[in-house]
Design a protein around this ligand. Structure first.
Ligand SMILES: Cc1ncc(COP(=O)(O)O)c(C=O)c1O
Length: 390
């Protein structure tokens, strides 16, 4: 049954497309015996001590609304954790907000910051989620293709783009380690970006959800470089293998967080009380929980990278997260969507086309190594055989 009412609904919503990553994943999931390296989700279980904290909270009847910013205990635990890990200084009383996943943090931040007609600078290739949220608020995404600069936003390009859109730019998105490239930003890169941004009255939304999955040098947060103009987004999803628990954190200047907190309050009232208890345990006693996962991811990354290179792909060195952004071999003439579809149907390996991640992504595939070693070995064998046959 369809309804003519849809034509009267919010045009900003009806004109949005569903996520093409999810649609593509659904499409290829129908293929029998397919090996899936599509979705960015840890395949580890949530650590037991965190699960127990949730069970205890349920048994202790922690079943009520909490403070809409999250319980003060959780905010304190998060503030300590981010201070010890990354030297961030957020006052748990008014500089931190607990949200429904990092997604909830990004959504509430954009809703609070953007007016129709504003614009948001988004370096690409990137996790595409920021784009519909920008558009839902009547704002315009402005892309900067980073593919010719080793997938790092160049301060010169940034300044040029801000200058060209000076009257509308409200925010800049940074995401590092980056989904889909695995590239991360060093202190010098962040400092140069900060030197540009501080000339303007704009905010950086720094999505650092993969901070714990950094394989080389220690993660440096943008919140330590330009705290007065940065909103740091993080959470428990990737570091503690807790994607389904839906807890995110956003920290920044108190007056900006105050406004973002209103949006979150009017959207979800508060995150689930027993889940907040689990997140508090994660931040308090899970300091090293990501370590064994990280070692395992690194082994898998090496296996996948070696296999892909043998098949003729080239891969930027992944410094973090759990993705390889592989450049499709020269001899393949199809675009990334057609090639990924053929790979799924004929070789039975599912990966995400690079073009889904915005300008600069065409010619690449994103492969997630948050998958078992057996699956990665099988995927590599199949990809090598398929590319050889082309
Ligand atoms: C860069 C980035 N930010 C945010 C998210 C979403 O995080 P959460 O599950 O905490 O909402 C993802 C998930 O893949 C991501 O890759």
């Amino acid at each position: 049954m369809s309804s003519s009412f849809v034509s009267k609904m919010n045009k900003r919503v009806t004109s949005l497309q569903q996520s093409n990553i999810l649609l593509f994943n659904q499409e290829v999931s129908q293929i029998k015996d397919i090996v899936k390296l599509t979705i960015g989700e840890p395949d580890f279980n949530t650590p037991d001590h965190i699960k127990k904290a949730a069970i205890n909270a349920v048994e202790d009847n922690e079943s009520h609304y909490t403070n809409s910013r999250g319980t003060l205990e959780l905010r304190q635990a998060a503030a300590n954790y981010f201070h010890k890990k990354y030297d961030l200084n957020f006052d748990p009383k008014d500089q931190l907000l607990i949200t429904a996943g990092a997604t909830g943090a990004i959504f509430s931040a954009f809703e609070a910051m953007l007016n129709p007609g504003d614009s948001v600078i988004i370096p690409t290739p990137i996790f595409p989620f920021y784009i519909p949220i920008t558009m839902l608020n009547g704002a315009k995404p402005i892309f900067i293709d980073t593919s010719k600069n080793n997938f790092v936003l160049s301060p010169e390009k940034l300044e040029e783009t801000i200058e060209a859109n000076k009257d509308t730019v409200k925010a800049i998105v940074l995401n590092f380690p980056t989904n889909p490239t695995g590239v991360t930003y060093r202190k010098e890169d962040l400092q140069k970006i900060a030197d540009v941004v501080k000339k303007y009255d704009i905010m950086i939304l720094s999505d650092e959800i993969y901070s714990e999955l950094t394989y080389g040098e220690k993660h440096i947060s943008m919140g330590t470089i330009l705290p007065e103009q940065t909103l740091v987004v993080n959470g428990v999803s990737k570091a503690f293998a807790m994607t389904g628990w839906r807890i995110g954190v956003i920290g920044g200047p108190a007056d900006v967080i105050n406004e973002i907190a209103k949006v979150s309050e009017f959207t979800i009232t508060s995150s689930a009380a027993m889940v907040q208890a689990a997140a508090k345990e994660a931040f308090t006693n899970g300091f090293d929980d990501a370590q064994p996962m990280k070692e395992e991811y690194l082994n898998r990354q090496k296996l996948l990278k070696k296999g892909l290179e043998k098949a003729g792909f080239s891969c930027p060195n992944p410094d973090g997260a759990f993705y390889i952004f592989a450049k499709i071999p020269e001899k393949i003439k199809e675009n990334s969507v057609d090639f990924a579809r053929e790979l799924a149907n004929k070789a039975k390996v599912a990966v995400i086309p690079g073009s889904f991640f915005g300008p600069g992504g065409e010619g690449y595939l994103r492969l997630s190594y948050a998958a078992s070693e057996d699956d990665l070995n099988l995927a590599v064998q199949r990809i090598q055989k398929f590319v050889e046959s082309k």
